[in-house]
Design a binder for this molecule. Structure first.
Ligand code: HEC
Length: 448
């Protein structure tokens, strides 16, 4: 991502810290939302297939309800699904400015994959709605034959869309999240920065276990959301199909159970997969809090199997979100630790940059020989006259008079009638100083 490196400036230490906080906020918005969408499309496609296999319309209805609940709306999809990834790319390009880390490539891939997947998933969602409308239309026999034919055609079309869009959306999102997780994990693995190839990064085991952790979490959280919104509907007497809601509760609690019980294992693998250098006590505290919250979540899940209540489901949902939030903070703290050295490099180059802007000589090392090449060598040579006189003819008179030489270089005056006037090279005081010194040193060496 050369071009990102080019338009990013080095930042002060305070600014870098601010960026870490911004990153946290962005992840807090993005991870729960994209998890819900992923869990939603996964469960929806799964139940849709099951509906076809078992010829059970309950499953079909469940598939549609799940995707309706978990994807919220298209504009939310853009705001919470695409904008945060873009922001992540920008934040990371600042945080890891000029480093060897390749995580931006993964994030850009993630951006593309997730955008495509969201497009497909929303098409899937609408096609399921159309399917429902068409099939209810077909059932009403009062319509004329032509119309029924048209509707059947449309229904088939929409069926095809939902079949493909669903499965492709799921696949694209799967890889999108995988790339995203790789992109945010790699900076914490400072040791493997240079050694991993692009594909190697994806399969590095810390990345894989983190990815599985988030996928399990995604399924659990979307299950929680679905149960919660069903119980809510039930309370408002919107959905009083007893048989169907009993069916949902059974199916979804099963799914939450399976996923939630595997989470701690991967959470621990994630923790111990971090390099020792980034395992600070803060990281530990957050990881443990995340687990404790998860255990409280078990408690609510257990209550839910005893008695289905809206508040319990809501609590379960929020506890799960808190648990993953604590986990995100822990991971980010680990990343902060492992990039500490790099942050110091960036803020040092920021100081240097600032000093350069102010033209302060002390803190800036100027490579005089190099600058001479760029600014002077087109007109001057040591022992040959070009546009200007040969240095060997003019420098001796400045021996021991560095200040005069500096003054001339900064502001050339007309000297020798045989030459045109030297144009002002536009150097800062410290630069003129360095070049003058360099010329006099060269002169001293030549006469030795
Ligand atoms: C565009 C051509 C050009 C460039 C670029 C240029 N010079 Fe010159 N320089 C001249 C000319 C022409 C003269 C003769 C001026 C005169 O005698 O009035 C001169 C004269 C000098 C002299 C002799 C002054 C004297 O007292 O006789 C020095 C020393 C010198 N230049 C240093 C530099 C340095 C250092 C740079 C780079 C920062 C530089 N020049 C860049 C054209 C150039």
């Amino acid at each position: 991502m050369e071009f990102l490196n080019n338009f990013v400036l080095p930042q002060s230490a305070e600014h870098l810290e601010l960026l870490h906080y911004m990153l946290l906020i962005v992840l807090f918005l993005f991870i729960p939302f994209i998890s819900m969408v992923f869990g939603g499309i996964f469960l929806s496609v799964f139940y849709k297939r099951k509906a076809k296999k078992n010829h059970d319309t309950n499953y079909l209805r469940l598939a549609k309800d799940i995707i309706d609940i978990t994807t919220i709306s298209k504009s939310v999809g853009v705001i919470l699904g695409i904008v945060p990834v873009l922001t992540c790319v920008l934040i990371y390009s600042q945080l890891l400015h000029n480093s060897e880390v390749t995580n931006l490539n993964y994030l850009v891939f993630a951006l593309v994959l997730i955008s495509i997947s969201l497009f497909l998933i929303y098409s899937y969602r609408y096609s399921l709605t159309f399917n429902k409308i068409f099939s209810s239309f077909e059932k009403s026999t009062s319509s004329s034959h032509d119309l029924v034919d048209d509707v059947t055609k449309l229904r088939d079309e929409s069926n095809r869309v939902s079949k493909r869009a669903g499965i492709y959306g799921l696949i694209f999102l799967f890889f999108g999240i995988w790339f995203f997780i790789t992109g945010i994990t790699i900076p914490s693995l400072i040791n493997s920065w240079e050694s991993e190839s692009f594909i190697g990064g994806l399969f590095c085991w810390t990345v894989v276990s983190r990815f599985i952790y988030y996928i399990l979490f995604a399924v659990a959280i979307s299950g929680g959301m679905v149960i919660f919104s069903f119980l809510q509907d039930e309370k408002n007497k919107k959905n009083i199909d007893e048989k169907y809601s009993g069916f949902i509760k059974k199916e979804i609690t099963k799914v939450i159970f399976i996923s939630v019980f595997m989470i701690p294992f991967f959470a621990l693998v994630n923790l111990f997969g971090l390099p020792e250098s980034s395992l600070t006590s803060t990281v530990f505290v957050y990881a443990i809090s995340s687990l404790v919250l998860l255990f409280i979540g078990y408690h609510f899940l257990y209550l839910l199997t005893k008695e289905m209540q809206g508040t319990t489901a809501a609590l379960l949902f929020f506890i799960l979100i808190l648990s993953v939030a604590a986990n995100i903070v822990g991971e980010q703290k680990a990343m902060e630790t492992s990039t500490k050295v790099h942050s110091a490099v960036i803020s040092a180059s920021f100081e240097k940059y600032l000093a350069e802007l102010k033209g302060e000589g002390k803190t800036v090392e100027i490579n005089a020989a190099e600058m001479y090449q760029v600014k002077c060598s087109s007109c001057h040579k040591w022992d040959e006259k070009l546009v200007g006189p040969a240095h060997k003819d003019v420098i001796p008179k400045y021996a021991g008079k560095e200040a005069q030489l500096v003054a001339f270089i900064r502001n050339p005056s007309k000297i020798d009638a045989a030459f045109p006037q030297m144009p002002n090279p536009g150097l800062k005081p410290n630069e003129a100083q360095a070049i003058a010194k360099y010329l006099l040193e060269t002169y001293n060496q030549k006469i030795k």
